[in-house]
Ligand binder design. Structure first.
Ligand code: SF4
Ligand code: SF4
Length: 148
């Protein structure tokens, strides 16, 4: 998954995407693979994934997470693929309990800051910029769910 960029204060009124943006996932798996990055998770996300996999939280943490500064991230395969990206099907193995960072992509602070940031996002995510139209409200609900 792309690594969150540092960001400045997000616009509050009339953001450049006020007319909405299109997004429809093609399930290509690109955002779960590629260059090394981070999928940051908190305690509730950890607990949800552990439950999905029928593991204790302690075992889940031992097997699938690593500390990054004062945060916790999922680990990756050596090639940068997320540890939960099935190598064969290329689908997420914890999809129903996937972290907020995954559920809210591509509507992050860092991808929406400017039209150029959104274009960069469209360049790496074939589903961004086409398909279903998300209204401003729908986008903002996702963007505000977590600061990414
Ligand atoms: S890169 Fe975009 S289209 Fe591909 S799986 Fe991720 S969200 Fe879906
Ligand atoms: S948890 Fe699932 S959706 Fe999130 S990066 Fe890993 S494979 Fe992709």
């Amino acid at each position: 998954m792309p690594t969150p960029k540092s960001r400045s204060t997000a616009p509050v009124r009339s953001p450049w995407y006020a007319d909405g943006l299109r997004f429809e996932c093609t399930q290509c798996g690109a955002c779960c693979s590629g260059e090394p990055g981070y999928v940051f998770i908190d305690e509730s996300e950890t607990a949800a994934m552990a439950k999905e996999l029928e593991l204790s939280v302690a075992e889940f943490e031992r097997k699938f997470t690593r500390p990054v500064g004062n945060q916790t991230s999922l680990i990756e395969y050596p090639d940068g693929d997320c540890i939960f990206l099935d190598p064969k099907s290329r689908h997420c193995l914890v999809y129903q309990a996937r972290p907020i960072q995954c559920r809210t992509w591509p509507f992050w602070d860092s991808t929406l800051e400017t039209p150029a940031d959104w274009q960069d996002t469209c360049d790496v995510c074939p589903g961004a910029g086409s398909g279903q139209l998300y209204t401003l409200d729908q986008i903002e609900i996702r963007r505000r769910e977590k600061s990414v």
